[in-house]
Design a protein around this ligand. Structure first.
Ligand code: HEC
Length: 701
């Protein structure tokens, strides 16, 4: 018999042990509740593997109507992050309660969106560690630690983060920080194959989630500041064979380029140094897929180094930096491109979340692609052709006076230049919006953007030379002065992509808040840098509910799913990422610890009414009514209503099972030296026996 831990680790337990021994009741053989492996239940490993095996291309295509599951990073291949679930809605969201909480045991930034496949949740923590949890209880099913060398952390710009996994035909795919792509068995978490997707001699890293496109695993990488050349690759899920690889910037100009698209890009680069240190343009986050057009969309990153003057001294657009690229998923060929920031000079990546939507624009139904990249403009493009439709500033923008409606190019002004002097530019390298996913609700027609107002100083580094293993920007004093908390802010922005204007905003104080989720229950969910988790009405931004139980700052995006008819809303907490590391005063103002955890909320229990209470009283088991009354009169104030301890004092359901008749002795004598009183003279042995019978009749803890 296992005596409850409360007894085991307390000195009074010794005393109690003596009583128990004296009473000779060590022989209890109460069966452990919830024993696993019963014949009625199928093998849980097989069941998980089977559920994940059913996630195939057809299922991924139909994910929109499958509200119970969250099958890929952005929920659906159009990456809208919109859920059709309505059990939780704007009318009842204030009844949301914490259903469970799971701690990853890891520190540093947690950026993952969990996936849920038929009741199993798959997610990553920092250092690319993968977890499978029971989505209804938070119980750990398996964990895979790729054992990334801690030294890899020296050559990642923005913390040792990971944004999540892909699930496909029985396996879980993860991109590992050190450049590996791993396929794990969904049932057991055992690796099936692992391949190195990058040259380990170069400082590439992976933080983005893989995507599945028609039987191919697509993965990108990051590392522009460390001097790498951006690309995206497709792998065969069967064995990890490389199917194709598409570079986003040209290579050695003296040699033929790998594609016509790169030949066309070559004249947009000047000088002869850029290609030796990669040039940048890494594909480190955003992807989306349109199965009808059969186009894969990816966003490319900033130039390496940031300063255009150094990278491409004779000017030029530097294709395909900071661009939205449409690729043929068959062979990776670039079908069209749209460059958001020609000749990027500020680390204005276009790797931010891409959303595919069908919108009515000027009376015409258009298939569009939406992006709110770092540079501060919200873009609407035709996703079939890449035709520019519109762009407007969604935050304060100083470096350009707008986007030319004819050419689709930003109308750059002199204030963003810094060849000889110093420029304070808004927005900046932290972005008007960074990787934190936005969401689109087709019912409100609005996009919900985790927006931020952060300006940054740029000054050319006159003594610049490329240094391997260092942060190469070509910009001096980059991180000085600006992150005073008074000078930066963040807000949840609801943006109308058709009218290209703000619908509403909810101020959040600090920047670097979490991604967003929107649902058919007219809701938007977002976690905040300072550790709150919010629900707002999607149509007008009214704050309806908030929770503080995440226990850390939240930067990841929430998601929702259902198990056994119960809708859960979950989010990964874990303060970290670029801004949390470098943000100084403003990051410290969040006043949160970096603790990795998943929290899941649900509507648990009905609202309390007098009738409901009467019904509850009447429904009690007559055999234990007297014990229940005694318990609630004398014990519940310390041990918890209905025998459920809230985590402060011992849970007596467990004690009643563990202690047997010694329980009655404790009640009579109390526990000297603790706040457990003695009930001698107030309660007969028969009464405490009634309490014990009541506790034993409750479902075990
Ligand atoms: C004033 C608060 C308080 C009240 C009222 C109270 N208890 Fe306790 N009880 C405690 C505390 C605190 C402990 C743990 C003492 C320790 O080990 O530090 C405890 C421990 C116990 C234990 C030992 C549990 C274990 O597994 O180690 C039992 C049994 C118990 N209480 C039963 C009861 C019963 C039955 C009642 C009502 C008749 C009751 N208590 C009322 C505070 C209270």
């Amino acid at each position: 018999m296992q005596v409850g831990s409360w007894v085991a680790h307390k000195s009074v337990g010794v005393l109690l042990g003596v009583w128990i021994a004296a009473l000779g009741c060590f022989g209890s053989d109460e069966a452990a509740p919830g024993a696993v492996g019963s014949a009625a239940n199928p093998d849980p490993v097989e069941a998980r593997r089977g559920a994940a095996a059913a996630v195939d291309d057809a299922r991924l295509r139909a994910a929109g109507s499958d509200g119970a599951n969250w099958l890929s990073y952005g929920r659906t291949q159009d990456e809208q992050r919109f859920s059709p679930l309505v059990q939780v809605d704007a009318a009842n969201v204030d009844q949301l309660k914490l259903a469970w909480r799971f701690e990853t045991g890891l520190r540093r930034g947690h950026e993952a969106t969990p996936l849920v496949v038929d009741g199993t949740m798959y997610l990553t923590g920092s250092w690319s560690v993968v977890f499978a949890l029971n989505a209804a209880t938070g119980e750990l099913l398996w964990k895979w630690d790729p054992q990334v060398s801690q030294e890899v952390g020296r050559v990642v710009c923005c913390d040792v983060v990971n944004r999540g996994v892909a699930v496909y035909e029985g396996r879980v795919y993860v991109g590992v920080l050190d450049g590996r792509l791993a396929a794990l068995d969904a049932g057991s978490g055992e690796p099936v194959w692992q391949v190195q997707t990058t040259d380990p001699e170069l400082d590439y890293s992976i933080t983005g989630a893989p995507r599945v496109v028609d039987g191919r695993i697509i993965i990108g990488n990051g590392g522009a500041e460390f001097g790498v050349r951006g690309y995206v690759s497709a792998y065969d899920p069967a064995d990890g064979d490389l199917l194709w690889r598409t570079y986003t910037v040209p290579g050695d100009p003296s040699k033929p380029q790998a594609s016509e698209a790169l030949e066309r890009a070559l004249p947009t680069w000047t000088g002869d140094e850029w290609w030796k240190v990669g040039g940048g343009g890494t594909v480190w986050d955003a992807m989306a897929y349109d199965p009808e057009l059969d186009l894969l969309y990816v966003g490319s990153g900033n130039g390496s180094p940031w300063a255009k003057e150094i990278r491409s001294p004779g000017g030029g657009d530097n294709l395909y930096l900071s661009s939205i690229l449409a690729l043929d998923p068959e062979n990776g060929e670039i079908r069209w491109h749209y460059q958001t920031t020609p000749g990027d000079n500020w680390d204005f990546t276009a790797t931010q979340h891409l959303i595919l939507a069908d919108l009515e624009i000027d009376g015409e139904e258009r298939k569009v692609i939406l992006q709110a990249p770092k540079n501060g403009f919200f873009y609407v493009l035709d996703r079939e052709t890449g035709e520019f439709l519109s762009a407007e500033a969604f935050v304060t923008v100083t470096w350009a006076d707008g986007v030319d409606p004819e050419t689709g190019r930003p109308i750059q002004n002199a204030s963003g230049d810094y060849p000889e002097g110093f420029a304070l530019v808004m927005p900046t390298y932290f972005g008007a919006h960074n990787w934190q996913p936005m969401s689109f609700n087709p019912q409100t027609g609005l996009v919900y953007i985790p927006a931020q107002e952060i300006g940054g100083p740029y000054q050319l580094d006159g003594a610049y030379s490329y240094r391997r293993g260092q942060f190469n920007t070509g910009v001096d004093n980059t991180f000085i002065t600006l992150f005073n908390r008074e000078l930066v802010s963040g807000h949840l922005l609801a943006w109308d992509p058709v009218k290209q204007r703000e619908a509403w905003r909810h101020p959040l104080g600090l920047p670097w808040n979490g991604g967003t989720l929107t649902t058919a229950g007219n809701l938007v969910f977002e976690g905040t840098a300072d550790g709150r988790f919010l629900a707002l009405r999607a149509s007008d931004g009214k704050l309806l509910w908030q929770s503080h139980s995440a226990g850390s700052g939240i930067i990841a995006a929430p998601m929702t799913y259902a198990v056994d008819g119960v809708q859960y809303v979950a989010v990964v907490a874990g303060w970290g990422g670029a801004f949390a590391m470098v943000g100084g005063d403003a990051a410290a103002a969040a006043q949160v610890e970096s603790v990795g955890a998943v929290v899941a909320y649900a509507l648990v229990g009905d609202a309390i009414t007098a009738d409901a209470v009467k019904a509850l009283m009447a429904s009690r088991d007559p055999a234990v009514v007297r014990g229940a009354d005694l318990y609630h009169t004398w014990c519940a104030r310390c041990h918890g209503a209905n025998g459920i301890a809230g985590g402060v004092n011992p849970d007596l359901r467990k004690s009643a099972r563990a202690l047997g008749v010694a329980f009655d002795v404790v009640v009579q004598k109390g526990l000297p030296g603790t706040s457990m009183p003695d009930f001698q003279g107030r309660m007969s042995a028969e009464d405490s026996g009634e309490i014990r019978r009541y506790l034993l009749a409750l479902p075990p803890r």
